[in-house]
Structure formats: C-alpha cells, structure tokens
Design a protein around this ligand. Structure first.
Ligand code: AMP
Length: 208
C-alpha cells in the first residue's frame, strides 16, 4: 500500500501517520523527521537543511527527491509506505511520478484559522522524535523512551506563519494535481484524532 498525506502544518499528519502505518504495517516516511535526524547527527545534508527549516522555507527539491528515492527502497517499505510531508511542490510530485506509483492521496483538511492554535500545543520528543499535543498529554517526558519533550524551533509563531504561507503557495496546488489524477480523498481533520483515524482507515481499508 502506497499512500501520501497532504495537509497544512498542524493538520495532524504525523499523529495520523503513526496510527495508519501501525494498523497496515507500512513504513512511515516523514521527510521533516528525516531532515531533523540529519541535523541531530550533524551530517552535511542536515547542515544544508537547517537554515531553510528554521526560516520555515522548503529545502531544495533535488535534496528531498534524492532522499525519498533512496528511502522507499529500504527493507521496511516492503509492504508499502506512507509519505508524510512529501511531496510539497509540483516539481517533487512530478519527480515522484518517475520513482513510484501511488494508491491514494489523503488530504487532511483543517481550516486555516485553527492551525496556529494547534501548532502552539505541539511538543516533540528529543530522543525518538515522536510528537505530542498538550491537549491530549500533559507530561514533559516521552511515554515511549523517557527523553525530554521540547517545542520545535519552527513551531514558534513567527516561523509558523511563514510555513502556512509556503504551504498555501507551493503545496496546496497538489490537491488539484492529485484530484486530476483521480487519486485524491479528503478527510475532515477538524475532528478528534480518533475520529480522523477512523475516517482514514475507512478509506484505506478499501485498498487491502
Ligand atoms: P515537517 O516536519 O513535515 O513539518 O517539515 C519540517 C520542515 O522540513 C519544513 O518546514 C521544511 O523546511 C522541511 N521539509 C520537510 N519536508 C519537505 C519537503 N518535502 N520539501 C521541502 N522541504 C521539506
């Protein structure tokens, strides 16, 4: 099963991807998390990506495309994968057409006015990178690995505003792109996390 999640920053893509990947036994590929991993490890790619991420800009297409092309051939993608945060531009989507087919693109739709609030409550584990939200978890440490939770630099309000603008300008056109291809499904992301998961699974179960 090969899936893509579309949606603005704060739509809940990461949270939903964890659930859906666990259910179907497919790999969760978060390009944002891969880049943050590269930054933590101090790699050349990480150093290149850091400035873009901190400003809320996109990392250049060629860097991301190469990274994803390599990642989808890993062993854990044998049963399929879910791309969370890729593609983010039409150029990335065009390139991916030559790399792999795709079964379904799920757009998690959340009204723009809700995004800033939702991102304000986000916390991330400094050890394993798993995400939390203050509305559902009040702790300061990760339930999985015990490491401290922190607020991502690019979740600070100044950067979030730019990330939303970048999303509207460069990523939102992908909704029409995949609709034209007959691959697009939309779920209402402004429900409880469990309701959104149920809506997504109702769509993906048809692919099994
Ligand atoms: P995310 O965790 O998906 O919100 O991504 C965090 C940041 O990583 C984004 O704001 C971008 O700077 C960068 N990034 C992640 N995925 C991509 C992508 N597909 N193309 C370009 N930049 C990306």
């Amino acid at each position: 099963m090969k899936l893509i999640f579309l949606g603005p920053p704060g739509a809940g893509k990461g949270t939903q991807a964890d659930k859906v990947c666990g259910y179907h036994g497919i790999a969760h590929i978060s390009t944002g998390e891969m880049l943050r991993g590269e930054i933590r490890e101090g790699t050349e790619l990480g150093m290149e990506a850091k400035d873009y991420i901190e400003k809320g800009e996109l990392v250049p297409d060629e860097v991301i495309i190469g990274m994803v092309e390599h990642r989808i051939h890993a062993q854990d993608c044998a049963k399929g994968f879910l791309l969370d945060g890729f593609p983010r531009t039409v150029a990335q989507a065009d390139a991916f057409q030559h790399i792999s087919d795709i079964d379904m693109v799920i757009n998690i739709d959340v009204p723009a006015a809700r995004l800033i609030d939702r991102i304000g409550g986000r916390r991330m584990c400094s050890g394993c990178g798993v995400g939390y939200h203050t509305s559902t978890y009040a702790g300061n440490t990760c339930e999985r690995c015990g490491a401290k939770l922190f607020i991502r630099d690019d979740d600070k309000p100044e950067t979030v505003k730019n990330r939303i603008l970048v999303y509207e300008r460069l990523t939102q056109p992908l909704i029409a792109y995949y609709e034209k291809m007959g691959k697009l499904q939309t779920v209402n992301g402004d429900e409880t996390p469990a309701e959104v998961t149920a809506d997504i699974l109702a769509l993906t179960e048809k692919l099994v």
